[in-house]
Design a protein around this ligand. Structure first.
Ligand code: AMP
Ligand code: MG
Length: 354
């Protein structure tokens, strides 16, 4: 006999991002307080929210995303002063960063207070906190009256969602509600600064750059992730640290623009012989590639903010088209946060030489 597991449909409610509809906010806040999951837009990417003080609700986030339990979550708060409610021993550096960049795409890590369940922080004695710069997110968090733990609303390992349809694809049947507030502006996740150590350390690059941070608090360290350095061997085994990754294989080609072009041209010929369907993600004007009819070439240009905004949607669109191989041009200097995401998404990184 066949067993039918009833999937609970996920509701999607459109909501105006300049003047969020109060009924929708009230309903979403009620669900959060009741220990349910609600996806909502922030200025960076869509978040998958749960009551940050309710360990059972947080457990649902890890299950819905299939997220490893040792990967801690960011608590989203409605006011700057909330840092003292959930963190303690807040350093001067943390206070200065909050004053300069909140609400905004910057997360600070501080010592945690006891009331934060261990499941939020992966058992660490520190907690990550951010105040998002998005009216829908802020009204929801304030209305819920609790800190909202919210990782990106994608299945673990996939590109982060920058529109409600991405969340729907990954989370249908697993969560109660998606607030659809349109496309997110920044497009990549927040900059994370560990302020529980001195000097502070940038753990994840984002829109707010090291230079902007150092203007406010002086010298900081940069944490170099595995798989982030360009000095890794050309073929990276990948899987263990793969993140932000589309279903298709992603080959990232770094180097000087002419060498990138030459290498991608050669790869296109090679994959076409193997009957693989290709998608190309490029940035340089004038780089034209010879591709077949059912293949696509997206050129996002050289402006880091525009590229960030469209990066994850572009990766997801290649999967929607059924592409086998995505060839990506290395983004030139100044695109530290972009290259961080691309290197983690890559199944292979090639350093091109002419
Ligand atoms: P996401 O929610 O998907 O944007 O991921 C949150 C990121 O914040 C992960 O990379 C975590 O490793 C990082 N994070 C959260 N809390 C901490 C913490 N207490 N210490 C270090 N990193 C953290
Ligand atoms: Mg994430």
């Amino acid at each position: 006999m066949k067993h039918k597991t009833a999937i609970k449909p996920t509701r999607v409610v459109r909501i105006n991002k300049s003047k969020p509809d109060l009924d929708a906010i009230n309903e979403a806040a009620r669900l959060l307080r009741a220990g349910e999951l609600v996806a909502f837009p922030t200025e960076t990417v869509y978040g998958l929210g749960a009551n940050g003080l309710n360990a059972t609700a947080i457990g649902k986030i890890f299950r819905a995303k299939n997220r490893p339990p040792d990967n801690p979550l960011i608590l989203h708060v409605g006011y700057k002063k909330d840092i003292d409610r959930y963190g303690r021993d807040i350093s001067t550096a943390a206070k200065k960063l909050i004053r300069a960049f909140w609400p905004g795409p910057l997360t600070v890590i501080v010592m945690k207070r006891k009331k934060i369940p261990a499941i939020v922080t992966g058992g660490l004695d520190t907690v990550a906190v951010r105040m998002p710069d998005n009216k829908i997110a802020l009204s929801l968090i304030r209305k819920a009256g609790v800190p909202v733990a919210a990782p990106s609303a994608n299945v673990s390992g996939k590109p982060s969602p920058t529109k409600a349809a991405h969340v729907y694809n990954d989370m249908y049947g697993k969560i109660e509600l998606i607030l659809d507030g349109g496309k997110t502006e920044v497009g990549i996740e927040s900059t994370i600064v560990d302020c529980s150590v001195s000097p502070p350390v940038v753990l994840r690059p984002g829109k707010i750059s090291r230079r902007q941070i150092e203007r406010v608090i002086g010298i900081v360290d940069i944490y170099l992730y595995n798989n982030q350095s360009v000095h890794i061997k050309p073929k990276s085994p990948g899987t263990k640290y793969r993140h932000y990754a589309p279903d298709a294989e992603l080959v990232l080609v770094e180097g000087e623009p002419p060498a990138i072009k030459e290498t991608i041209d050669a790869l296109i010929r090679q994959y076409q012989v193997q009957k693989k369907r290709i998608g190309i993600l490029g940035f340089f004007p004038g780089h034209d590639y010879t591709i077949r009819k059912n293949e696509s070439h997206v050129n996002l240009g050289l402006h880091a903010h525009t590229v960030s905004r469209h990066l994850f949607a572009a990766l997801r669109s290649f999967d929607e088209q059924g592409v086998d191989m995505i060839l990506v041009e290395g983004f030139p200097s100044g695109g530290h946060a972009i290259m961080n995401r691309l290197r983690k998404a890559a199944s292979e990184i090639i350093i091109a030489h002419s």
